[in-house]
Design a binder for this molecule. Structure first.
Ligand code: CP
Length: 358
């Protein structure tokens, strides 16, 4: 027999009235001057890596994302008549559903494949041939596949854009764009008033050589090195190779001041942002690296520090932080919908339909 339920329990608005960290996107919208031509560069591009975006393209993308987030109901038709092929061959809560939500919010239709064995791939069909067929059925493909090469193989035959939604341990470009969008929403002054906005000291708990979210985020941060005083990678000394060959050097060459530490609690009091992730998807399963570093309400966080996490979380991030002002991870996930709306609008050549709407 299940206990009877109370009015308090069923009233969701009394539990958590707002998402912490939902800074109004209008401040970011004001911080970035509109320059429409840069978004045209993204027209009909595949999105494979964060490497492919310039600083100006990113800023304009964040501007359009903020415009959508500030007034989402005004933009419900740009993708009317367009069809998304959503192909996720690896588990996903946020990326698949936020892409599909973004597409729906813009008025488009969706075909979803969540198991590659329901396609001709199970009969040995090549990804190039599957891509050739996708050209006939949709206007854009979003692919998550644990095989790093799959997205590039499909590009060989696709004449519609494909977006890499996470390819093994390689990259997760749209997550990184959403992460940087979150940082600029928190501190729009980094763009509009850099002289009087203090640079950020950011800690990243994660392994750049293994975690696609961390690899992609560091690349995007390296486009804006002047925003960061120091980026500290926290790693377990006994564990993994932290960087791939040349990975750290590439970030440093771009001016990002990256250092390493194994003492999280010692340095927590000076961190403005703590980005934590413990999962790496390797082959057909995940590996967790979250035993050593744990954040909770009792961690010595700086008073105004924010915590970011790409999620899904494990033991490394205590739920007792959810109801604190440090929680920006839920806002980070929510903002990804608007970032993806902006990107999809560009790739499908529908920016002209939204630029004049305020
Ligand atoms: N952040 C992220 O990629 O989450 P999902 O695995 O749920 O898509």
């Amino acid at each position: 027999m299940v206990d009877s339920i109370t009015t308090e329990e069923v009233c969701f608005s009394r539990k958590r009235p707002d998402v912490y960290g939902d800074a109004h996107p209008k401040a970011l919208l004001k911080a970035i001057q509109e320059e429409g031509d840069y978004l045209q560069n993204l027209t009909e591009q595949h999105v494979v890596s964060t490497d492919q975006f310039t600083r100006d393209e990113l800023l304009q993308l964040f501007r359009l994302s903020a415009k959508y987030e500030g007034n989402p109901e005004r933009f419900n038709t740009p993708l009317k008549g367009k069809i998304l092929i959503s192909a996720f061959y690896e588990p996903s809560t946020r990326t698949r559903l936020s892409f599909e939500s973004a597409w729906h919010r813009l008025g488009g239709d969706i075909m979803s494949i969540t198991d590659r064995s329901t396609t001709g791939i199970a009969k040995g069909e090549s990804l190039e041939d599957v891509g050739e067929m996708f050209n006939n059925y949709g206007d854009c493909v979003v692919l998550r596949d644990n095989n790093e090469e799959s997205v590039r193989l499909m590009m060989n035959s696709l004449r519609i854009p494909i977006i890499n939604a996470g390819n093994g341990t390689d990259e997760h470009p749209t997550q990184a764009l959403a992460d940087m969008y979150t940082i600029f929403k928190w501190k729009p002054g980094l763009i509009s008033d850099p002289d009087s906005t203090p640079k950020l000291t950011m800690g990243i708990v994660g392994i750049p050589s293994k975690m696609r979210t961390v690899r992609s985020l560091l690349k995007v941060m390296a486009v804006f090195p002047e925003c960061f005083e120091e980026v500290i990678i926290f790693h377990d000394e006994s564990a993994q190779k932290v960087f791939d060959e040349g990975q750290l050097e590439q970030l440093q060459e771009k001016g990002l001041n990256v250092t390493l530490s194994s003492k999280l609690n010692k340095r927590l009091p000076e961190l403005d942002i703590v980005y934590i992730n413990a999962i790496a998807w390797v082959g057909n399963t995940f590996e967790s690296f979250g035993e050593k570093f744990v954040l909770s309400k009792s961690s010595p966080l700086k008073e105004n520090a924010i915590i970011m996490h790409p999620l899904a979380r494990g033991e490394e991030l205590s739920t007792d932080l959810d109801d604190t002002h440090h929680n920006w991870y839920f806002s980070q996930a929510r903002g990804a919908v608007f970032l993806r709306m902006a990107l999809l609008t560009c790739l499908c050549q529908r920016t002209e339909q939204v630029m004049d709407i305020v």
